[in-house]
Write a new protein. Structure first.
Length: 280
């Protein structure tokens, strides 16, 4: 049996076991996917123990994505550019290879949700400057985006990302984020605003062009206030679940040798798992 899993602190909230478990069963793979609660000061020990425990690899989630970087023997180009690892593959010799599939997941989710979408068709406005935003900025640039407007509640963090990703990034003051909507082809909320138990993202969408797309990486709730407002204006929308599902596809292939598909049935199974976990 091939084993994989997800390391985080905490990790009980992760939906990854539900989606990988679905694919394991669907494709008849003799494998497992486990939650592994690993405190930050034990990450190196836990990663180097994977080979002895028979693991093909694992996913990494908060707070391990960046701190795992120097623990890898090799890194794929995306992990190097983003400065974070979300997928680890254990080699036959026990070596650790780090990958970042978050950007892939973001772009594939957009393409699935908005057929014909093209990153080069117009400027993007990205809100947020955390780990998800880093992967999204890299993915947009790699996919041909020519201008990305970036606004974050703490401008210094946005400036840091502009230094990393170059002159295609145009930093805006958070208070002036609404002005960045003019002429924007894609709006991305990469903050936690709008997530359950968090304040909503305060943003009026009137300045967005009628052919713009709006993406929110939050998936709890699946329809955030931002997406609801975008739909009310007739704009194309993409929810955050797609990014989670699509980023898992290359990881599954690396561990188990099968590139799975994202289907309506998979979405339903993962949402059912989320709802069952939330039930009293």
């Amino acid at each position: 049996m091939k084993k994989s899993g997800v390391m985080g602190w905490p990790v009980a909230h992760s939906l990854s076991p539900a989606l990988h478990g679905y694919w394991l069963k669907l494709h008849g793979v003799d494998g497992s996917y486990e939650r592994m609660e690993v405190p930050p000061d034990n990450l190196g020990t836990a990663l180097h123990a994977l080979a002895a425990k028979g693991f093909a690899g694992c996913n990494l989630t908060i707070p391990h994505k960046e701190t795992a970087l120097p623990l890898m023997e090799s890194l794929d180009p995306a992990a190097k550019r983003v400065g974070a690892v979300n997928t680890v593959v254990v080699g036959p010799d026990g070596s650790l290879a780090g990958y970042n599939t978050d950007g892939y997941g973001f772009i594939e989710s957009l393409r699935a949700g908005i057929p014909g979408w093209n990153a080069a068709s117009g400027p993007a406005l990205v809100l947020g400057a955390g780990g998800a935003a880093r992967a999204i900025l890299d993915a947009l640039i790699q996919d041909g985006s020519l201008e990305i407007r970036l606004a974050n509640r703490h401008r210094a963090r946005a400036e840091e990302l502009a230094d990393i990703f170059g002159n295609k990034i145009k930093v805006l003051e958070w208070e002036k984020r609404t002005t960045g909507l003019s002429g924007t082809g894609l709006l991305v909320n990469a903050t936690s605003l709008g997530m359950e138990k968090n304040p909503p993202l305060e943003l009026t969408l009137d300045a967005l062009p009628p052919d713009a797309a709006v993406c929110d990486i939050v998936y709890a709730p699946l329809e955030t206030p931002l997406l609801r407002a975008a739909k009310a204006r007739g704009l194309r929308t993409v929810d955050g679940l797609g990014m989670l599902l699509h980023q898992a596809r290359p990881a599954f292939q690396l561990w188990f040798g099968v590139l799975p598909e994202v289907t309506p049935e998979l979405r339903r199974a993962v949402l059912d798992a989320r709802d069952a976990r939330a039930a009293p």
